[in-house]
Design a protein around this ligand. Structure first.
Ligand code: ADP
Ligand code: MG
Length: 262
């Protein structure tokens, strides 16, 4: 994981992003400014456009209009893998792991870009490929340890409890050595102790200098770890600010928090 650098500067700047599906404006003229070194919450009711925003930022969708710059360079029109390699990693709202592969192998999938061996090296088990394999094991184990899964390295992913699968997905995303990590509802379906562990891991990620965009419905999680929160409703940004400000905002209470504010 990389060292903290230039905390506080803009890492990602999205301007007037529009994502239209037929007649539906899933994202409607949204500006987003993500400061390096922060945990930036993205909240809002179901269907408000949060996951779509993530898909636009990671190149799964090309926005209908608007600009997105990451470290000063446009991401619009680039492929997902190119964007990932340039430093934006993510997890999905629904866990996406290779169930038959071990935890370690799942993390190593994320590591492949960091090695130089070509197919012939690997097929012939050249010294270079064997050296790299040892390094990949070591790095993969380091990442598993980071999320508390070192003991489960050899378990098939599908056999891990749900909360651990979520953490494994995070470890795999971290294998890309990202500057920015996007987490789409990482606490969904987790038990209270698992959420506590997740929160401490997200903090640790931020402390390693990785900027985080966090989509989350658990308001206690959002309020306790986010530096800034943006609120979407029907594809539009209706509020933004520090967690306490946002929580007290009339529009936010009406659209989203209602009686459920904690
Ligand atoms: P959230 O993550 O905030 O719950 P989404 O971003 O998943 O919301 O969805 C926002 C809106 O965009 C919803 O109305 C959803 O049905 C619609 N939507 C998302 N993806 C697509 C798609 N690929 N095609 C058509 N409509 C979509
Ligand atoms: Mg979603």
């Amino acid at each position: 994981l990389q060292a903290v650098k230039n905390t506080g500067e803009d890492l990602l700047v999205a301007k007037q992003v529009l994502m239209q599906f037929g007649g539906l404006k899933a994202i409607n003229q949204v500006d987003l400014r993500i400061k390096r070194g922060t945990i930036h919450g993205l909240i809002g009711p179901n269907g408000s456009g949060k996951s779509t925003m993530m898909n636009v930022l990671t190149g799964i969708y090309v926005p209908t209009a608007g600009s997105i710059e990451f470290e000063g360079r446009s991401v619009v029109g680039r492929t997902s893998s190119d964007i990932a390699l340039s430093g934006i990693a993510r997890t999905f709202q629904n866990v996406q792991l290779f169930g038959e592969m071990t935890a370690l192998q799942n993390v190593q999938v994320g590591l492949h870009h960091t090695f130089d061996s070509n197919f012939a090296d690997i097929a012939l088990a050249t010294p270079r490929s064997r050296r790299e394999e040892a390094a990949a094991t070591q790095r993969g184990m380091g990442l598993l340890a980071f999320v508390g899964l070192a003991d489960l390295a050899d378990e098939q992913a599908r056999n891990l409890p749900y909360g651990k699968q979520r953490l494994l997905e995070i470890a795999r995303a971290l294998a890309l050595d990202p500057q920015l990590l996007l987490l789409d509802e990482p606490a969904a379906g987790l038990t209270a102790p698992d959420i506590k562990e997740l929160v401490s891991i997200i903090r640790k990620i931020r402390d390693h200098g990785i900027t985080v965009i966090l989509i989350e419905h658990h308001m206690d999680v959002v309020m306790s770890i986010c530096d800034t929160v943006s609120v979407l409703d029907f594809g539009q940004k209706i509020a933004e600010g520090q967690p306490a400000e946002v929580q007290a905002n009339e529009k936010v209470i009406e659209a989203y928090l209602g009686g459920t504010a904690t």
